[in-house]
Design a binder for this molecule. Structure first.
Ligand code: UDP
Ligand code: MG
Length: 231
């Protein structure tokens, strides 16, 4: 089974390299990676060009979003929808540019899909680390919530994998701008109308909480696109 990964990227040239490296470090090698560049700065674009030059499994899609349009949608959802029609894999996995996968993620998840044709969505545990001024100040593991039809807010989109055929039933992520903090929850709720979410008893990914995230800036009423974006 081939895994299609959608990585959303905006102005984090150093971190996106680590995110891509975590895909390339997977013990399971049958994957394709679509990086959706949300009209990043030149430094980030140069890094992405260098990545596709040495990794044939990797493709960059340019959203070309304008400054005026950027605030009008939940950008990562819009970017996921841009990649969606291009996927050729059997399974879909998501990654954000400031987070990473652990190396056995694909192998452990693919094993389940191969053994259980009745399962359409799986999710893993997530290590959440808080970073302040470049230092880790706290960490915890988001607990698994069992086989569930209520995944909203309990599971992050970096932690799931679903069959690509789910898109035949739920074809797109709702990118309304009100969903910045919860577009994954909105998408998961639609998936859960049809399928259970099955846990993989394993930490599949690492999520960073830091002051340069869009959600944190919005919660402090700061313009998310003003000033620096990478800490
Ligand atoms: N993102 C994007 N366009 C933007 C801003 C952010 O595509 O204009 C992407 C970003 O690259 C990341 C995802 O949205 O992959 C989530 O952003 P962030 O990490 O800032 O938010 P978090 O959900 O971690 O708070
Ligand atoms: Mg983030």
């Amino acid at each position: 089974m081939k895994v299609s990964v959608i990585l959303t990227s905006y102005n984090r040239p150093r971190q996106v390299v680590k995110a891509v490296a975590s895909v390339r470090a997977q013990t399971y090698s049958d994957w394709e990676l679509f990086i959706v560049d949300d009209n990043s700065n030149d430094e980030t674009k140069a890094v992405l060009n260098a990545i596709v030059a040495y990794e044939p499994r990797c493709t960059v899609i340019h959203s070309g979003v304008t400054h005026e349009e950027r605030a009008k949608t939940t950008r990562y959802a819009t970017c996921i929808n841009l990649a969606n029609p291009k996927l050729t894999g059997d399974l879909v996995s998501y990654l954000t540019d400031d987070d990473i996968y652990y190396p056995e993620r694909f192998q452990k998840m693919v094993d389940i899909f191969e053994r259980r044709p009745d399962i359409f969505v799986v999710y893993g545990a997530q290590r959440v680390i808080t970073v302040k001024q470049g230092r880790i100040t706290a960490q915890q593991v988001r607990p698994l919530v069992g086989v569930t039809r209520s995944p909203a807010s309990l599971i992050d989109h970096n932690s799931i994998m679903h069959r690509r055929s789910c898109f035949e039933v739920v074809p797109r992520w709702d990118d309304h701008p009100a969903h910045w903090g919860s577009a994954d929850a909105v998408f998961f709720t639609l998936l859960a109308e049809h399928w259970d979410f099955h846990p993989v008893n394993f930490i599949t990914d690492e999520h960073r909480l830091h002051h340069d995230s869009v959600q944190v800036k919005l919660s402090h009423s700061v313009d998310p696109w003003e000033g620096g974006f990478e800490n």
